[in-house]
Design a binder for this molecule. Structure first.
Ligand code: CMX
Length: 434
């Protein structure tokens, strides 16, 4: 595989670069940790390395140095399409270069070959109670497949540390190939009478995913391509990325590591916020009598939510301090393809109203919308109305980034993660004496 050959060429120089950086700068300080940070979710503490992407609070995400508009422009597209192919973002995140059409085609073909879902996964998922949340099914499906891990088998047989990355790469390629099949299986099983749609070998990764979900609209295929690119990576400190990284550091294989990451993504303060946004909007719409509410009605509803001690889903961020460029990219898509959609109009009104209210409310450090404030209205427009499923789509996309990073963690020989914890008593003793 050309992708693997390209990766091999990158690993040697990168190992050397990291070795030299540690030798030259290893004892220098990049962060100091205050007591407040230790209690406060380690916000802003720089203590891990993540190559595929970096997040600037004001500018937003850059994938290997490229902004979202640049990625949308430069990555290869499907024939006749305008949105970037997710195969391309995987290449960029892993290799650090913009792929050619041919590079992307190779990945599409490779994932088509490896995509089939083992029967035992389907049997296991069919055995679950019907109301099992799609994210639970997704995480469980990934975990069930752990027996396929080439890394786990090769490690048991005896594997040198310098070779870890290679079976991890194979596991990652197998996993990424299978995730849309797993997600579509869960969707059709849960919401469409288990009427499964066979894959179309002519289609790209996202196009085929849309097809297996049962939504053939070409515009939806474009949306899914964009969606799967936008959600792929958001540097290393977010819960899904960090938990995948942490579990992987114990040399738990990519199946264990990704399943852990997906459990983190399933939290309402993280990826589940995308379902919460639509649930909250639909409830607001219903309570206000249907249709598009007025700005005044929306303001009141936002205040009511805050006064009940709840968060406004889709707003705020632990790092960002302005509107998420992932939100802007989705808004551009909506303005182009569905400007008259009712839910899009509500999402737009919320954008006008919520930041001011959150500023007046005075708690959230970032009053601006994040990626999750917009994604649901687009999916809903094309008929994907089962919003409990939305975080699974996020998960399929997030796997691209966290698994690219996992390959690099093993290629660079990063050790098991083990930060130091302290007790409140210890902190008091440091500053107050005994
Ligand atoms: N609505 C109401 N209050 C909010 C808020 C929001 N959208 N965002 C933050 N706040 C509150 C916090 O709950 C916190 O309150 P307390 O002091 O009572 O604990 C206070 O403002 C300060 O929080 P912060 O430092 O601004 O935000 P954090 O870094 O702690 O948390 C996040 C970030 C995203 C969890 C938070 O903004 C939030 O809960 N947003 C809503 C959920 C959401 O959209 N999550 C998706 C994020 C993107 C993703 O990961 O997918």
């Amino acid at each position: 595989m050309k992708l693997k050959e390209k990766l091999v060429k990158k690993i040697g120089p990168m190992r050397e670069e990291v070795r030299s950086v540690i030798e030259k700068h290893g004892d220098k300080t990049i962060s100091e940790v205050t007591v407040k940070q230790a209690y406060g979710g380690m916000r802003g503490v720089k203590c891990m390395v993540w190559e595929p992407s970096a997040l600037d609070p004001m500018e937003g995400i850059r994938f290997r140095g490229y902004t979202i508009p640049e990625v949308r422009e430069k990555l290869p597209k499907a024939p006749g399409g305008e949105e970037p192919l997710p195969e391309g973002i995987f290449y960029l995140l892993l290799i650090g270069e913009i792929p050619t059409e041919e590079d992307v085609k190779e990945i599409t073909q490779e994932w088509q070959k490896r995509g089939e879902l083992p029967q035992y996964i389907k049997d296991a998922l069919r055995a679950l109670p019907e109301d099992t949340h799609p994210m639970t099914q997704f995480s469980l499906g990934i975990l069930c497949m752990q027996r396929e891990s080439i890394f786990a088998r090769r490690y048991r047989e005896g594997l040198s540390k310098t070779e870890y990355w290679e079976p991890v790469f194979e596991d990652v390629m197998n996993l990424l190939a299978k995730l849309p099949h797993l997600a579509a299986f869960i969707y059709r099983k849960t919401y469409k009478n288990d009427e499964q749609i066979p894959p179309d070998p002519e289609l790209d990764w996202a196009g085929n995913f849309a097809h297996m979900l049962g939504i053939e609209d070409d515009e939806f295929k474009e949306l899914l391509r964009l969606y799967l690119v936008l959600h792929s990576d958001h540097e290393g400190g977010n819960v899904s990325a960090h938990s995948t990284h942490l579990v992987g550091s114990a040399l738990s294989d990519p199946y264990y590591a990704l399943s852990a990451g997906m459990n983190g993504l399933a939290g309402p303060l993280h990826g589940l916020a995308n379902q919460e946004v639509i649930r909250w909007i639909l409830k607001m719409k219903e309570e206000l009598g249907g249709g598009v509410p007025t700005k005044e009605q929306i303001s009141q509803y936002v205040w009511d939510t805050l006064n009940k001690g709840q968060v406004i889903p889709g707003y705020g961020h632990a790092v960002l301090r302005k509107t998420d460029p992932r939100y802007i990219a989705q808004r551009e898509f909506a303005l182009k393809h569905l400007p008259d959609d009712e839910i899009f109009k509500i999402v737009s009104l919320l954008y006008e109203v919520v930041p001011g209210i959150l500023m007046e409310h005075g708690k959230a450090k970032n009053p601006w919308p994040n990626v999750d404030a917009h994604s649901g209205c687009l999916l809903l427009h094309y008929g994907l109305k089962e919003y409990d499923f939305y975080t699974v789509l996020f998960g399929v996309s997030r796997a691209l980034g966290v698994l690219a990073a996992l390959i690099w963690s093993r290629a660079l020989g990063l050790p098991i993660e083990r930060p130091k914890s302290v007790t409140t008593e210890w902190i008091k003793q440091q500053f107050e004496g005994s």
